[in-house]
Design a protein around this ligand. Structure first.
Ligand code: SF4
Length: 664
């Protein structure tokens, strides 16, 4: 194993133990299983059965159903019987929070139970306590007493278990000793795993979910290396980003978190949590998983990594100097590729955030406006908005009059040979370990290394594209080359979702490790996504491909927390505990707050797991009873049981009181 995966330079599945979930094998190289969770009331047998069937028909291989108390746990039997009667034998999972008795009932009925180690044996008091080692050991013994009966039942009935840690619901014990850190998340699961192993129970899957993909990825990596270090073996992993939200943002956030790990061969089952009906999560899961079928073995051109030049367990941005507005401490830039448009007009720039008003002769600039536009050989025949600069091929650049606005892009060889280059800023393209580049040919690096005018543009045609770009970063860091780097990523996939997932995975996996000072997304095939019908699915047409790509770029930077350009909604996917219509509520909150750039608003159906779940949000809107909601500022309740007909007024009032509101 290399740090946390089988290989850092080629795709290879991480070898994990095999788990049997009602006959469905998971881990140990079995296909990556797709799962989802119902959102119906578990006591409503028929609604839950119908929704489960819709998910199964869509391709779900496991169905999770919430069992908040004994009654719901018992009703799982009706649900299971009805499904089996109708010919559906998909394994079912009971989702448990707080209630060991519901877990013990469920474990006798369904094929798998999910427990949250943050609340299985603990009622949270949200206290910061001091634990001596003896106190801590006593606490572990108390957990052992509470948890062992469930382990024994699972063993007896052949039931599998997921120990599912949530970043937002760690126990007081873990919070006091480790804080809400990846280390705390890992330890939270390890405490339960050690107890299960002591009972010789191994039918276990683990997860480390967070709504922050950075925390989530670090926690999974750390869990793998911890398990391997302590046991010499690794249990299968269930991947997920919690509360990813809906639409494009939800898909991108999930792809950044889940995709980053899948790229390294990590993950035996996945769930994409979207604030949409659960059957809509399945196609996104399939798009993520299908990227690795069939597994590509051709990767000979990427040299091994002997020593990683950065810490993969904590975030630190690669050190660079700045060239113009790229690199250094500046946020990553977005480059829009409009080179396929034959004759660019001011109207075309609207797709990338610049709207021209002829009457006033002024540009208005959106929050998500590209910083650079690549036009190929075109010099624009209109005045540019102040914040936009143009990248062109060298011949066109020589003709450009305003050299403070136009900058050339060279091939690596072209740059080494040229005598005419910009004094301020040159972009130099490098194809990382392509099949034509001999492994040790790094002569191009010598010609650009630490030239203060050069931004390196890394792309890859290698079948292990992300790994080859990462390998090049390691080479640059080893040689102490501090030029900023632009990530150039092309997609040859077909559907809008596949493009989103490809872009988010390929660039997100690097940005989460602090690698990259800008991104440029493009299409190697046709960029048209009109009225697509692919694999029996019809896709809504993407009206404006350039706007789609530009928004995707900004959403990836937002999801990786490297550049914040819009309001972030941390909305839960909803489940049988939900106290209002989450999709509708998210839409109405978004309608009044979407202009509040940088603000993070959590929207949750319930607060089952406590205010710790607000850790990642500035404000929270949470269901607290039928027709009632509670508002949070951080983890603190500031308005309790507000009638939902005045909820938005109260939310806006709260934002105003905290200087978080501006008029749209
Ligand atoms: S926050 Fe509450 S309603 Fe939403 S998914 Fe979690 S438990 Fe269900």
């Amino acid at each position: 194993m290399q740090y946390y995966c089988e290989s850092l330079t080629s795709y290879k599945r991480l070898l994990t133990k095999e788990v049997n979930i009602g006959g469905l094998l998971l881990g140990n190289g079995n296909p990556i299983r797709i799962q989802t969770m119902t959102t119906t009331d578990t006591m409503n047998t028929m609604a839950t059965v119908e929704q489960s069937i819709r998910c199964i028909e869509a391709g779900a291989e496991l169905i999770r159903i919430t069992a908040p108390s004994k009654n719901e746990a018992e009703n799982l039997l009706q649900i299971k019987n009805e499904l089996r009667k109708r010919g559906y034998h998909t394994p079912l999972i009971a989702d448990i929070h707080f209630t060991p008795n519901a877990a013990e009932i469920s474990a006798r009925i369904v094929e798998k139970v999910r427990v949250n180690p943050g609340n299985y044996a603990d009622k949270k008091k949200f206290e910061q306590l001091e634990y001596t080692d003896a106190d801590y050991a006593e606490e572990i013994e108390r957990i052992r007493e509470r948890f062992t009966p469930l382990v024994k039942i699972c063993k007896e009935y052949g039931t599998a278990m997921r120990i599912g840690t949530n970043h937002g619901s760690l126990s007081d014990r873990i919070m006091s000793r480790y804080g809400d850190t990846p280390v705390g998340m890992v330890e939270s699961a390890m405490e339960f795993l050690r107890i299960a192993r002591d009972e010789s129970y191994h039918n276990i899957v683990l997860s480390m979910k967070s709504s922050n993909p950075q925390v989530m990825v670090q926690a999974y990596r750390l869990l793998i290396s911890t398990m391997y270090g302590e046991f010499g073996e690794i249990y299968p992993l269930h991947l997920g980003v919690t509360e990813a939200g809906d639409g494009e943002d939800g898909r991108i956030k999930s792809a950044v978190g889940i995709g980053t790990l899948l790229e390294d061969g990590i993950g035996d089952t996945i769930r994409v949590s979207l604030t949409e009906d659960p059957e809509f999560e399945i196609p996104v899961c399939k798009d993520l998983v299908n990227r690795y079928r069939p597994v590509s073995e051709k990767n000979s051109m990427v040299p091994q990594i002997d020593k990683l030049a950065y810490d993969s367990f904590s975030y630190q941005r690669r050190k660079t100097f700045s060239v113009n507005n790229i690199g250094g401490k500046q946020v990553p830039v977005v480059v829009a590729d409009l080179s396929k448009i034959e004759k660019l007009t001011p109207g075309n720039l609207q797709s990338i955030g610049y709207t021209y008003n002829e009457e006033t002769d002024k540009w208005s600039i959106a929050d998500a406006a590209a910083d650079y536009v690549f036009t190929g050989n075109q010099i624009l025949d209109f005045a540019l908005p102040g914040t936009l600069k143009v990248i062109v091929y060298p011949a066109a650049w020589q003709e450009a009059v305003d050299k403070s606005k136009y900058f050339p892009i060279f091939s690596d060889k072209g740059f080494a040979e040229t005598t005419t280059k910009s004094e301020q800023l040159n972009f130099v393209m490098v194809d990382c370990y392509s099949d034509e580049t001999p492994v040790n040919d790094t002569t191009f690096v010598d010609s650009i290394a630490n030239d203060p005018s050069v931004v390196i543009c890394l792309s890859s045609t290698n079948s292990n594209a992300m790994q080859s770009v990462r390998r090049m970063f390691v080479e640059l860091m080893k040689r102490e080359i501090q030029n900023p780097v632009l990530l150039i990523t092309d997609s040859s996939w077909q559907t809008p979702d596949e493009h989103l997932i490809h872009f988010a995975t390929e660039t997100g996996a690097l940005l989460l490790d602090g690698l990259g000072d800008g991104i440029c997304l493009g299409y190697s095939g046709s960029a048209s996504m009109q009225n697509l019908q692919v694999k029996g699915r019809t896709y809504l047409p993407v009206k404006d491909v350039y706007q789609f790509t530009n928004n995707t770029a900004f959403s990836i930077l937002q999801a990786t927390r490297t550049r914040i350009s819009k309001t972030e909604y941390i909305s839960c996917p909803s489940c049988g505990r939900t106290l209002f219509d989450l999709q509708e509520t998210t839409a109405k909150i978004r309608a009044v707050t979407s202009h509040l750039k940088g603000l993070k608003i959590a929207i949750k159906g319930s607060i089952e797991n406590g205010p710790g779940e607000m850790a990642d949000a500035d404000f929270g809107y949470v269901g607290s009873g039928p027709g009632k909601i509670t508002l949070y500022k951080g983890k603190e309740i500031v308005r309790r049981n507000v009638n939902s007909d005045i909820d938005l007024d109260e939310l806006i009032k709260l934002l105003k009181e905290n200087n978080a509101w501006v008029n749209p």
